[in-house]
Ligand binder design. Structure first.
Ligand SMILES: Cc1cc2nc3c(=O)[nH]c(=O)nc-3n(C[C@H](O)[C@H](O)[C@H](O)COP(=O)(O)OP(=O)(O)OC[C@H]3O[C@@H](n4cnc5c(N)ncnc54)[C@H](O)[C@@H]3O)c2cc1C
Length: 352
């Protein structure tokens, strides 16, 4: 029997950052990860953006989580000698005069100066921006697949990773420990993203999963370094490659790319991109979004040693570093979890 402090199920953003924190705290960890299934993290645009949407809403906890995640990603880059954190302004050309007025009013009304910069018309070659637009600063994107690959290498080196599908019926739970096949651990933490819907222990949590698709395209003679967003976005990946995205679909939860989504993305891109492009690939994923748009952290109502870290939704890149650390402090130092993230808020939905 192999003895562990923690078993972690899943090596997406949630499982990876939590395992990293626990290993740093010198805990004995083993990640079990099914490599044969598609994941949300593999498809994510990886954008982090403190100000989003039609009403320039400030992201929940932006003033805390953005400085935290920046520090985290830069330190991880340094440790792994890999570049995956790309800080860049996000340019939102005004779609029309009405939107320009609306955005200017919001910028005036709320104290957004820390995150917003106004941009004069026609500053960009290749993008239609006759009315100008605005930048959100402190934005950018993380190359999530690259970061997770580098982390997996680190986990393998630490003998903390096993490619394996976790079978729920093989788990036995007692008050002191959990046992899974030849493994015995103090605690188990489920980080399966959308696949939590198949986990008999956490199926009751109120997810509201959203399918999404992105495209990779080559754009000729396009040199814009910023992310550009006008309904759909373009992220410059380097080597003439760009990611276009994304869609939101709540009623057809599968991992198949569709023509409908491709057309939905391209019809928006065509409104502002003035350069010819060629679509190379298309990917689909399912975001582990939650009904109240807050993450799911905490222990199972009946089992103090069975945990979940999930519900990162549309903002995994911004939320995962901070909440992985919150969970570490809770597990190792008994620090209370933030009530807005603690699954205790939904215990009333659980029935034995
Ligand atoms: C189209 C699209 C665009 C997105 N764009 C952005 C963006 O720009 N910015 C942003 O912050 N977020 C974005 N997201 C959201 C982001 O992808 C998620 O918030 C995040 O990746 C979720 O990570 P996770 O670890 O919870 O889930 P996942 O990445 O899905 O990982 C779950 C892991 O669990 C494993 N697993 C599941 N079941 C089992 C089992 N039984 N046994 C073993 N292993 C198992 C899977 O193999 C997988 O590795 C986007 C998502 C999509 C779909």
């Amino acid at each position: 029997m192999q003895k562990l402090d923690y078993i972690i199920v899943g090596q997406g953003l949630a499982g990876s950052l939590l395992a990293y924190e626990l290993l740093k705290a010198n805990r004995k960890v083993l990640i079990l990860n099914d490599e044969s299934i598609p994941t949300s993290s593999a498809v994510a645009g990886g954008i982090f953006n403190p100000i989003t949407g039609k009403n320039l809403d400030k992201t929940w906890l932006a003033d805390t989580i953005f400085p935290y995640s920046k520090h985290f990603y830069l330190a991880l880059e340094q440790e792994t000698h890999t570049h995956f954190y790309h800080e860049t302004n996000l340019f939102r050309p005004y779609a029309n005069e009405q939107q320009r007025r609306h955005f200017l009013q919001l910028t005036d009304e709320f104290d957004l100066g820390k995150y917003i910069q106004l941009i004069a018309p026609n500053q960009y070659d290749g993008i239609s921006n006759p009315l100008g637009g605005l930048y959100t600063t402190s934005a950018g994107w993380v190359d999530v697949p690259l970061m997770l690959q580098v982390l997996q290498e680190l986990f393998l080196e630490a003998e903390a990773y096993q490619a394996e599908k976790f079978e729920y019926q093989a788990l036995s739970i007692s008050a002191e420990k959990v046992t899974y096949k030849n493994l015995q651990a103090d605690k188990i933490i489920f980080c399966e993203g959308y696949y939590a819907s198949q986990n008999p222990l956490f199926q009751w949590l109120p997810f509201n999963p959203a399918k999404g698709e992105t495209l990779i395209a080559a754009i000729a003679d396009y040199n814009i370094k910023e992310i550009v967003n006008q309904g759909s976005w373009i992220i410059p990946l380097g080597n003439q490659l760009h990611r276009f995205g994304s869609t939101y679909v709540w009623n057809q939860l599968d991992w198949q790319a569709t023509n409908e989504s491709k057309e939905a993305i391209l019809s928006k891109i065509d409104k502002f991109l003035l350069k010819p492009y060629q679509v190379i690939t298309q990917q689909a994923g399912i975001r582990p979004t939650t009904k109240d748009r807050r993450p799911f952290l905490g222990n199972h109502p009946s089992h103090l040693n069975v945990y979940v870290f999930n519900g990162l939704g549309t903002k995994g890149v911004s939320l995962a570093p901070y909440f992985a650390h919150e969970l570490l402090l809770h597990l190792e130092k008994n620090k209370d979890l933030m009530p807005d993230s603690n699954i205790r808020r939904f215990y009333s939905l659980y029935s034995l």
